[in-house]
Design a protein around this ligand. Structure first.
Ligand SMILES: *Cc1c(COP(=O)(O)O)cnc(C)c1O
Length: 410
């Protein structure tokens, strides 16, 4: 059966205001042209080599493998990217596309601020004007990222509508785009949203899987038995999975935010829990929504996984059985951070630690000749506030109180 353009099985599509249709068509045309042009990918790879240290290495976690006593554990080191995560791949690739489209201004939504910082970095590098939409609540909570976005030259707009968080920021970014389509590109942050974004972002992130499949072959002498990635919107998972999706015998595992547990209702597991329901909000996918179709509040210790929607491509992979979905709870995630830091000297992002937590659960049940590859999507320096709290570090509390005292009365 012929697949309808922009659909992945029953998911995906493009549910947008009529006024944006021509802009989406323009973007789709340039995306498809870039995809057929080997010069685009060559330019992209060269840029990522020069600016973001690609290819990122694959590291054999020898101590951890020994400690867990099962499968060999390898890590794809997206934490070593410029700005600390795989988000650099997406924004730099879209930056090249913006140049090709002849546009000069970029806008983006951001929740925790990581995609905002990445976009502002790209804009500084390319010389684009940049505006970041962020829920007013998030602006309050994520001051370090807001500080850097502003230093990078971006204008950060606090959105005071609704719940003052990510979904309100997305609405506001679309409103901006509607008013300035000629010179502006909306640099969407993950493999979600109306077509072509899920496919465009996944394509740019496929650089991860491309590298990883040859690296793991060289290091381990075989293809992995299992590949793990955390799933927020789904972009780092799509990136690493792309290298293995057609390989027989490689099991792909997407790990969502289990929050306080799937039974607590406080989580962001759209595919791994029965709470996800098929719906349409710009695109068709599985959302966490109530009986009336209202989007639910989500919870995760990792701000980057705290999202109601998920990539329509991943929703389809669940249907086709090509990817298995699991959830890791906040406390399992904190334990995984502690273990990786101590055993391997690597500080993982809380998001990435969901993939670690699930892999650590499964590794001891596998044989020593089996190989697992975990996508370490980002580094955890940004999470020091949350991690130090979770570890209950008194000296960190003293430090924060001391700093606060210094500022008092100024
Ligand atoms: C943003 C982020 C994620 C979640 O986004 P995906 O699109 O699901 O990859 C995961 N890990 C890190 C480190 C992030 O910054």
């Amino acid at each position: 059966m012929q697949q309808k353009t922009g659909y992945f099985g029953e998911f995906g599509g493009q549910f947008i205001p009529e006024i944006l249709k021509a802009t989406f068509d323009h973007l789709t045309e340039h995306y498809l042209k870039a995809r057929q042009d080997p010069a685009f990918w060559a330019e992209y790879k060269a840029l990522m080599a020069e600016y973001s240290g690609r290819p990122t290495p694959v590291t054999f976690a020898a101590n951890l493998t020994h400690k867990l006593g099962g499968a060999q554990i390898y890590l794809k080191r997206e934490d070593l990217n410029h700005t600390g995560a795989h988000k650099a791949n997406n924004v730099m690739g879209q930056g090249l596309l913006v140049k090709r489209m002849g546009k000069t201004r970029v806008i983006a939504e951001t929740g925790a601020g990581q995609h905002g910082v990445a976009t502002a970095t790209m804009a500084a590098k390319f010389g684009f004007e940049c505006r970041i939409y962020m829920g007013a609540e998030d602006v309050e909570r994520q001051r370090p990222n807001v500080f850097w976005m502003e230093q990078l030259g971006a204008e950060v707009i606090p959105v005071t509508d609704g719940s003052q968080t990510l979904k309100d920021a997305i609405n506001e970014a679309f409103r901006d785009w509607t008013g300035r389509m000629d010179d502006t590109h909306y640099c969407l942050g993950t493999a979600c949203g109306p077509y072509p974004f899920p496919e465009l972002v996944s394509w740019l992130q496929s650089i991860i899987g491309d590298e990883a499949k040859t690296q793991i072959q060289t290091l381990a002498g075989k293809q992995p038995d299992r590949v793990y990635a955390c799933v927020g919107g789904g972009s780092n998972a799509m990136g690493i999975f792309s290298g293995f999706i057609d390989q027989p015998g490689v099991e792909l595992v997407g790990v969502e935010a289990g929050g306080k547990g799937l039974l607590s209702g406080q989580h962001a597991a759209r595919l791994a829990s029965p709470d996800g329901k098929v719906g349409i909000c710009g695109y068709k996918t599985v959302f966490l929504q109530d009986q009336d179709g209202q989007m639910k509040d989500t919870h995760s210790v990792a701000a980057g996984l705290d999202y109601v929607g998920v990539s329509p491509i991943l929703a389809n992979y669940q249907k086709t059985g090509q990817v298995r979905f699991e959830a890791a709870t906040d406390s399992e995630v904190i334990a995984a951070v502690r273990l990786l830091v101590k055993q391997e000297g690597i500080i993982p992002a809380l998001e990435s630690s969901h993939a670690l937590a699930q892999a650590f659960k499964e590794a001891p049940n596998l044989r020593p000749d089996q190989v697992i590859l975990i996508n370490l999507s980002g580094r955890g320096d940004k999470d020091i506030f949350t991690i130090a709290d979770a570890f209950g570090d008194q000296k960190w509390k003293d430090f924060i109180c001391h700093k606060a005292k210094q500022y008092e009365g100024r």
